[in-house]
Design a protein around this ligand. Structure first.
Ligand SMILES: [Zn+2]
Length: 418
């Protein structure tokens, strides 16, 4: 007997998808597109493929709703690509999708081929087994290159007429697994700023007490950055939301000194020293307010300036208050006895492009009591948790279908700029 005998078809399809080597730096997008088209045909879905950049397909499998374009659509997004592996650290072949004691081992098992297949298999249950007919169009979208920034995938796609034609009301995208007994839901991300601070001053011989040299000034300015860092770290440890949940990384701003440079010779005081910071600004900290802090820190010493190596000029979040999509998600979780933990993503996903296009996006990968193994050796997902996630989407899609479209009158309901 093989280990696929009597296996749930969703699990079999999940494992087939995991075996397509969509791994950077040369992801097999051709193989993935062929398999996704096959999955779409099996479910009677319309397929469209857009190569916004040649060789990097965006595959959209559509379940048409009875009310067509009069309602906003649901876009169920996942990325096709996966990150590289260090084969010597894996106990299983990362592209064999072996099932060992119920654990399915493969690169992409958590991040995020599980979710892409759960969307499709939920449609199988609703469409083919229950005869459900959605009112709104449901687009299952598979995008390339998320793991290398999404620049040739989602970032470009949201500027095309094909994206506009989707008429998206809500995009569901990836989240993270959670070792605790709740699904994490991400409704915003932190804004990355990389800045270089240059400190200029008097130069001279290394044996003297020269006034106004760069070193002591750099030390005092650095202290201001690092004091703010300490303050944020303390908030992470002690902060609680109004509903009693403790703060997580996405709720605070991180500031890390990552670069230091300067000097020409051991006995010469340099006229300039530079330091670089990687800063990730939480939506709880308005960007303008943080900019004012930066300005004040650098203005506190003469001859100090800064420049942006990377600037995220605006950050957008999907509000949860009064958001009918979020309420549908909450109702689904409540009916299934699953807790939700809404929070801000600590790093970046394709959702940032969607929110930038003023479309609400919620990130959820329904995995609880599961170690977070994305990008790790021996990435796996328990078959039972995979199937629980499938049931979750099967319950969620009809509830999202029932949502009364929010009106355009209150744009704050859709996207908040911070
Ligand atoms: Zn991912």
């Amino acid at each position: 007997m093989t280990d696929t005998a009597a296996e749930h078809i969703a699990v079999t399809n999940f494992r087939r998808y995991l075996r397509v080597k969509t791994v950077h730096p040369e992801p097999d997008y051709v193989g993935a597109e062929a398999l996704l088209r096959e999955f779409g045909r099996d479910l009677g879905l319309e397929a469209q493929v857009h190569n916004v950049v040649p060789g990097k397909p965006i595959v959209i499998l559509t379940w048409r709703g009875t009310h067509g374009k009069s309602l906003k659509s649901l876009v169920l997004n996942s990325h096709i690509d996966v990150v590289p592996v260090f084969r010597e650290f894996w106990t299983q072949d990362p592209f064999a999708a072996n099932k060992v004691n119920g654990r399915i081992y493969a690169r992409g098992a958590q991040d995020m081929k599980c979710v892409g297949i759960q969307y499709l298999e939920a449609i199988r249950v609703l469409k083919l087994q229950r005869g459900y007919m959605p009112k709104r169009d449901i687009h299952v979208m598979f995008v390339p290159d998320e793991e290398i920034g999404g620049h040739d995938g989602m970032e470009k796609f949201i500027h095309t007429p094909e994206w506009t034609a989707l008429n998206a009301g809500l995009v569901l995208d990836e989240g993270l697994g959670n070792p605790e007994n709740a699904y994490k839901v991400y409704h915003g991300e932190r804004a990355p700023w990389w800045i270089k601070v240059s400190v200029k001053g008097e130069t001279g011989h290394g044996s003297q007490f020269i006034e106004n040299t760069p070193g002591p000034k750099l030390q005092r300015v650095m202290a201001k950055f690092l004091a703010f860092r300490d303050e944020q770290e303390a908030q992470l440890k002690a902060g609680v939301h109004a509903d009693g949940r403790p703060f997580s990384l996405g709720d605070v701003t991180t500031v890390n000194l990552t670069m230091l440079s300067g000097g020409v010779q051991w006995n010469v005081i340099p006229n300039q020293l530079d330091m670089g910071f990687d800063i990730r600004i939480s939506p709880r900290m308005p960007l303008a307010k943080f900019r004012a802090l930066l300005d004040a820190w650098c203005a506190s010493e003469e001859g100090v300036s800064y420049e942006f190596i990377q600037l995220t000029p605006c950050n957008f979040v999907t509000p949860l208050d009064n958001n009918p999509w979020w309420h549908a998600l909450q109702a689904t979780a409540k009916a299934r006895g699953v807790a939700l933990d809404p929070t801000v993503f600590p790093a970046a996903t394709d959702s940032r492009y969607v929110r930038r296009a003023r479309v609400p996006a919620l990130g959820i990968s329904p995995m609880r009591n599961t170690p977070v193994l994305l990008h790790c050796h021996d990435e796996y997902l328990d078959e039972s948790m995979f199937l629980e996630g499938l049931e979750f989407y099967t319950a969620l899609l009809p509830r999202l279908d029932e949502v009364v479209d929010p009106t355009a009158e209150d744009p704050k309901l859709w996207t908040l700029e911070c």
